[in-house]
Structure formats: structure tokens, C-alpha cells
Design a protein around this ligand. Sequence first.
Ligand SMILES: Cc1cc2nc3c(=O)[nH]c(=O)nc-3n(C[C@H](O)[C@H](O)[C@H](O)COP(=O)(O)O)c2cc1C
Length: 196
Amino acid sequence: MGNIERKVLIMLKIAIILGSTRPGRAGEAVAKWVYEIAQKRGNAEYELIDVKDSNLPLLDEAVPPSQGKYSQPHTKAWAAKIETFDAFVFVTAEYNHGIPGALKNAIDFLYKEWNNKAAGFVSYGSAGGARAVEQLRLVMAELQIADVRAQVMLSLFTDFENFSVFKPAAFHEKSVNVMLDQVIAWGRVLKVLREK
Ligand SMILES: Cc1cc2nc3c(=O)[nH]c(=O)nc-3n(C[C@H](O)[C@H](O)[C@H](O)COP(=O)(O)O)c2cc1C
């Protein structure tokens, strides 16, 4: 077995990042559901990362993050955490046809810790959060994150009771697995690229 083949068999570390922070958010149940489905697979290590727990203020770094000169303890802690992952699953709400400001802020804090990694999306909203994810895909390109095609779109009308209690239709579980298959495939190849 060559070096490259050996490296691609390494277990990936994948962060499931919950991007909404408001009290009573639907996102918490969605992120836990994704985490539980992912855990059953056993072919990667998963960790639930709640943007709310990172306690990041609005971006307060003087130097653009792409230069990697972080000054604040909260930035250094966030960078150290994100650095450890090979791939990401962003769980995002749709706010005014975009992603929650807290998620964008948390993304903007860092740069190289995101680069050359893979990502997939789970979104929810009246139109499945589709517009938020389209916006997020543009952001991914600038961060050199390879975002996979498969996407899990949950409807506020049919996957939530009274637009708040999460009761996902059974078929979404398969969509989560298809999305994770793609994230793992690209995540493995990009891990090799980073190690070169
Ligand atoms: C500020 C705000 C803006 C919203 N804008 C949209 C929207 O553009 N499209 C949509 O489908 N839902 C929109 N919604 C409804 C959200 O999809 C719904 O409240 C969802 O539960 C939000 O996710 P969260 O509970 O995790 O915060 C909006 C909600 C908020 C709080």
C-alpha cells in the first residue's frame, strides 16, 4: 500500500456546526438529529460544535484573518478547535434569505483553519433553507472549502409541528447519509492534499 492509500484510510474528524444561537432555536434539535445519524455510521469521528458555546463577539481582530495573526484569546481558542477537523457539516437556518449573522461571524473569524477541507449542509426553513445554503456556498469558495452537491433540506411546513417541534420525515435520514458519504470522500482526498 502506497503512502497516499494509507493516508486516505485514516478516520476523519468531522464537525457538525450549529449556526443559530437564539433562545428556543429549532437548530438544536436538527443538529442533534444529524449527529445521531452520523454517529451510527462509525466511519468517521463526529463532534457537535455549537457556535453559541464559542462565545465569539462580533469580529474584533485588527488584522484580516487570512494573515493568521490572531490576537484575541477567543479567536485563538476557536482557531485551535476548527483546526482539528477535516470536514464540516453546517446546520443552518435561513434568516432573511441568508445565513444567521452569528454563523457568518464565526466563519469570518478564521481563514487557514477552513482551507482545503470539505463541507456539506443541512438547512431548514419555509423553502428548506435553500437560499441560505446558496449564499453559504459562495462563502465556502472564498475559504477554499469544497462543498458537496448533496444537501439536506428540511421544511418548516412538513418537518416541524407548528413550525417549531422537529419531526423530520423518515426519508431525510437517507439524505443525511448521502451528504456524509460525499463529505467523507472529498474530506479524505483533501486531507492528503493538506499533508503534502
Ligand atoms: C430573523 C429571522 C429571519 C427569518 N427569515 C426567514 C427567511 O428568510 N426564510 C425562511 O424560510 N424562514 C425565515 N425565518 C423563519 C426561520 O426559518 C425559523 O424561525 C427557524 O426556526 C429559524 O431557525 P432557528 O430556530 O434555529 O433560529 C426567519 C426567522 C428569523 C428569526
